[in-house]
Structures are given as C-alpha cells and as structure tokens.
Design a protein around this ligand. Structure first.
Ligand code: NAP
Length: 357
C-alpha cells in the first residue's frame, strides 16, 4: 500500500513552522506518509494557497528575507488566517473529503481569549480538516468545545507540542494509560523562566538571560508572557482540561511570575541548600480543580529542584500508578517541530488503519 499523502495548511509561519517544514524534509525517509503544503498564512508576511503544492523551504526563505508569500501565489489575495483556511478547504475539497487535509495552527499565544487561534481551529474542523496545534490558546481556552466539534465532524484534534514540545505527555496518557485517572500534577513547564532562574543562580543578570531565550527562539513573541507566568498558566489549563476533564482557562489559574525574584532571593535560597523554581500544579478539590503557577522555594531533594536551564518536567499524580515523571532534558525548536511530525504520524496511522476516513 502506498504511503498516504497529507495536504497541509499552515496558519502561522514563524520559527516553529519554518523549522517544521525543514524537519519534514530531513526526516522524510523515516516517515510513513508524504506531505504537500497547500496553504500558508501569516499576519505580516502575506499568504499563499496553491492546491498544486507550495515549496516549504522556498517559502521559509521568502519569509526570512522579509518578503511576502504573496509572490508565490498563482492568484495573490489579501487573506486572513480564516480566509486562507476557507480557500484551502475549497481548493483541496477532495483531500478534505478523504480525511487528508490538515491545518497546523502555530500563530502566537493571545492570552485574553486565545483568539484568533480558537476560531482558526473551529473553521478548520468545520472545513473537514484535522487540526494540529502547537499554539496553547485553543486547548487552554476552548478544549471541551473544540474536542466535541472534532468528534462531531470525525476529525482529529492533536496538540502534543502545547506542553514540553515533542516529549510525549498527552500521547503518553492517551495511548499508554488506559483507565488511569490523573488526579493532579506538579511541574516546571516554562523553559524561559527556568533558564532565567538558572542564570541568576550563576550570578548572571535577568535581562541578558531573557534576551538569550529570545535569540534562541524559545521565549514567546511577547516575553512578558513567560516572565509573568502566563505561558505556564496556559499549559497548566491545557493539562487540566485534557488530562483531568476540567474546563478552565489560564485566567482561573492562580498565577505569580518570576518578575519579582531578586538575585538576593536566589542567594538566600542557595545558602539554605534550596532552589527557586516556577512550579505549575493542579489538584482536585471536590468537583473542581485548583490550579496555580508560582515560584516555590524547593528542597534540593525535590525532583523539580534538579531542573537546570532549559529542562522541564511534569509529575502526574494518578490513582492506579502513583506518581509518573516525564522529564525533558533539552528543548528547542526541533523538539517543537517534532511534536507536529508526531501528530501528523498519528493522523497518517489513522488513515492507514481506517480509523480516520
Ligand atoms: N518557539 C518555541 O519554542 C515554542 C515551543 C512550543 C510552542 N510554541 C508555540 O508555537 C506558536 C508559534 O511559535 P513561534 O515561536 O513560531 O512564533 P513566531 O515565530 O512569533 O511566529 C508566529 C507566526 O504566526 C503568524 N501570525 C500571528 N498572528 C497571526 C494571525 N492572526 N493569522 C495568521 N498568522 C498569524 C506570524 O506572522 P507574522 O510573522 O507575519 O507576524 C508568524 O508567522 C506559539 O503559539 C508558541 O506559543 C512555541
């Protein structure tokens, strides 16, 4: 049987999406599916929709040269993300009907309502596309509604890259922990904050450490989302919504960022053989879930205290297996791009086995 070909519409074409198109090329000989990009939409770098296929590497080079993707479009039009999704659904209607059209949402996190990403995901599902999102917004703000819609239209909604990049958290629970209830978790989920706290411990200053995370493409487009704890709160909401059956938004996560931590606090903790880490946690409280993100002074024996620089971890509390730790020792754009490839592989597997039609 020949490998299925997925048609891709990329909504957002920033650092993650451009690393993804290159990683697709680099790993094509390992993948049991092929891909054809049929659309790309950006906010300030134009858009292209071409059912015959768009050269992803060329598109990346165009954006990196500061030019507009419109020049690659056979009939260029000003298009929003929603417009691009509608034209792709129209021009690749055959692929959509066969369950081979996939929207990849990688626009920036918007922390008021998760928009326009939530609308992008709705539009894509309503256009019979599967959705892969690395943007936390849709899962942190509207998971229940979007998962129900995906179920109704019989398309997949996947989001492994939302927490700890490509390291399996959601897929691990989904595929390997049947009948297990997650009753809570504790973790260090924001790479930028952990890097800044580690730098402060080394005697470095806050701002240069933050700038380094921006230069490496790891900090959010607006780094105050990292420093103020919003990114970690969005990941916490996503974990609560997906793994604990909650229906919260990042605004319901009690949140304190790392902005108020001074070098003296770090030195004081170190003198007591302790470390400060930005800890995200959730636990059941009757019918609801209490979730928080805040800097904690940790004993050295706490596994979260062992996390340096760009390391992340989440410890899931479960009813049948006790505590399960998932640790990410290195995280960068390749890991996030890999999350998209892992999710596409799940869709291709679904097509090959007839689970997805
Ligand atoms: N970077 C990481 O390590 C990492 C890790 C995990 C998850 N993520 C998540 O992945 C997503 C992308 O991150 P990134 O680092 O690639 O961000 P980025 O480099 O800032 O790229 C964002 C892309 O989205 C486009 N965009 C923004 N608003 C849009 C809209 N309304 N419609 C269409 N396109 C829009 C931007 O277009 P213009 O450039 O033209 O404005 C750009 O192409 C974010 O949600 C982030 O939280 C990132």
């Amino acid at each position: 049987m020949s490998a299925p070909e997925l048609a891709l519409v990329l909504i957002g074409f920033g650092r993650v999406a451009r690393r993804f198109v290159r990683l697709l090329d680099e790993t094509s000989d390992r993948l049991a599916f092929a891909c054809r990009i049929v659309g790309i939409s950006t906010r300030r770098h134009g858009s292209v929709v071409d059912a015959a296929g768009v050269d992803g590497r060329r598109a990346a080079a165009v954006v990196e040269a500061g030019q507009s993707l419109d020049r690659l479009d056979p009939a260029p039009l000003p298009r929003s993300g929603l417009d691009a999704l509608r034209s792709a659904a129209d021009r690749a209607a055959g692929e959509a009907a066969q369950g081979r059209l996939v929207a990849i949402e990688s626009t920036v996190l918007e922390i008021e309502r998760g928009e326009p990403a939530v609308s992008h995901v709705k539009e894509a599902l309503e256009g019979s596309m599967h959705v892969v999102t690395v943007n936390k917004g849709p899962i942190a703000f509207a998971y229940r509604e979007l998962a129900a819609l995906a179920g109704r239209v019989e398309r997949m909604l996947l989001f492994e890259g939302v927490v700890m990049d490509g390291v399996p958290v959601f897929n691990l629970v989904r595929h390997t922990l049947p009948a297990v209830h997650v009753t809570g978790f504790r973790g260090v989920l924001n790479t930028t904050s952990n890097y800044v706290l580690s730098a402060l411990e080394r005697g470095q200053a806050f701002e240069p450490a933050l700038r380094e995370m921006q230069a490496r493409g790891i900090a959010e487009a607006d780094p105050s989302l990292d420093v103020d704890g919003w990114d970690a709160a969005a990941k916490t909401a996503a974990l609560v919504n997906v793994l604990m059956g909650g229906a919260i938004t990042p605004h319901q996560v009690q949140r304190t960022g790392i902005g108020g931590i001074a070098a003296a606090d770090i030195r004081d903790a170190a003198a007591r053989d302790r470390r400060i880490r930005l800890v995200a946690s959730a636990r059941r409280q009757g019918e609801s879930v209490a979730a928080r993100v805040e800097p904690e002074v940790l004993d050295r024996r706490d596994p979260l205290a062992a996390l340096d620089d760009t390391e992340n971890a989440v410890y899931l509390r479960t009813d049948l297996l006790g505590e399960i730790g998932i640790v990410q020792r290195s995280g960068d754009l390749t890991q996030t791009a890999y999350a998209v490839i892992a999710d596409l592989s799940a869709i291709a597997r679904g097509l090959a086995t007839g689970v997805v039609r």
